[in-house]
Design a protein around this ligand. Sequence first.
Ligand code: ATP
Ligand code: MG
Ligand code: MG
Ligand code: MG
Length: 575
Amino acid sequence: MKASQFFISTLKEAPADAEVVSHQLMTRAGLIKKLGAGIYNYMPMGLRVVRKVEAIVREEMNRAGAVEVTMPVVQPAELWQETGRFEKMGPELLRIQDRHGRDFVIQPTSEEVITDIARQELRSYKQLPKNFYQIQTKFRDERRPRFGLMRGREFTMKDAYSFDRDQTAAKASYQVMAQAYRRIFDRFGLTYRAVAADSGAIGGDLSEEFQVIAATGEDAIVYCPGSDYAANMEKAESLAPAGPRGAATQALTKTATPGKSTCADVAELLSVPLKTTVKSLVLATDETNEAGETVKTQVWLVLLRGDHDMNEIKVGKVPGLAGFRFATLGEIEEHFGCKPGYLGPIGLKKPLKIVADREVALMADWICGANEADFHITGVNWGRDLPEPDAVADLRNVVAGDASPDGKGELAIERGIEVGHVFYLGTKYSRAMNATFLDENGKPQPLEMGCYGIGITRLPAAAIEQNHDERGIIWPDAIAPFTVVICPIGMDRSEEVKAAAEKLYADFLAAGVDVLLDDRGERPGAMFADWELIGVPHRVVIGDRGLKEGHVEYQHRRDSAATKVAITEIQAHVK
Ligand code: ATP
Ligand code: MG
Ligand code: MG
Ligand code: MG
């Protein structure tokens, strides 16, 4: 590809609503373009990355014996009514009507449709096992679409569904997928962890999430450095002994001073050491009227950081939440996506309650602070699934340093981005939709199922969260929009440079390398800045002076300086 023919559009500034680095860099590098909240155009440069992710996933799914189908984005509501999800699913499910007033949904996932296919097509045990997958557009009307492609409303998912004759076979199919996922994520060239996840009542141990490790991740992961124990926080908590651990896990009913307090004030309030680990706290006040209704509630977030340079703690109302005025419970629920009852002692006429949140079950990265400039804190985490106030005493909690359940050491906690999920479903959907096959004895049996997702368009964002610097993106080779960029200096002035660049470009192409020749005639500074922002891993610069000595300059995106490489050696060097 030549830059003059391709479409390159870079920006100096990130859009104001881009809170995380992947969103900022994807927009600045011209990979995506926003159309609406959580809805993006994949621009040519970004689409190349998405296509590479898809290709790896498709190859490994096929290798694992899965077969590709495509199911409609718009699906009749009847199927979703059969499983009850049309009613149960809540506002994340986008429901629409056609001109006749018939109900439809835009698929957020496709269990119903694939089960409908299976009940018609998989009639005999002889046809099993089968695994169908698709790489298809999904829509989830997320409460808080944000972070660009990381949590979009419209996004692309690879979703696969396995069908088996019995539980043993279904578990074997699950393991095949769990292994295929390891191959897939290995190939992406990212640091990730497969962690045990909660599989609800049915699944037993058979649910794992694939988490790309990144400080900005929304999920907390618990792992044991001394063993292969790893679980997401929900799962780790469900296994941990009940009860509060230490002062910071207890619910307190004390009075904090609104506005700002010092770190010491809050530490004292909570009876924790000043240099304590990262905690976020949820504080709520509320008032009840005579009828027992809560009329207003004020929410405060506090961040206690373990950083030694932290000498003050900021207490503030939540910005964006009704602009620092008192908010109603409804507003709070809308804003935080959890029941206000979880925030504190709703319905009790207590002035203030602090529900200490731990490094658990977090929604990440609120910006909050006092109503003063430069007094905001970023990276504040909001607890979700906090227990009902009455159950606070039974808080289960897992903190770094706890003993690992396998007895092989202490637990550590890090953050991750969920990019894949494998899940054993059992007969939940097949029973609801009467999807049976005939066994050897001619008896109908419900199909045993599993489902397996990968966030195709979340993956590039996760890759960037993990791999970037102040100049831009650093792609792993496997998913880079281009593997190599050739930057000729003075191509319009020098016939030698032009000829050498064209020849090198042709040689790379002939060797099957995904190469781009930057023939736009940009100044070197602007050209280099573009490619560092876009994050192409290998750069070859060709200039007059070097050519005379028979060399070009090579720089990997992670290198701090270029090295001279003989032009005859450069292809071998890049590999
Ligand atoms: P999350 O916990 O982040 O909301 P999920 O558990 O709801 O994700 P799944 O139903 O397991 O998601 O879907 C499979 C995969 O689809 C996820 O592992 C994730 O990579 C991706 N995904 C889910 N929601 C989104 C979204 N809003 N935007 C982009 N990718 C998504
Ligand atoms: Mg979700
Ligand atoms: Mg999840
Ligand atoms: Mg999931």
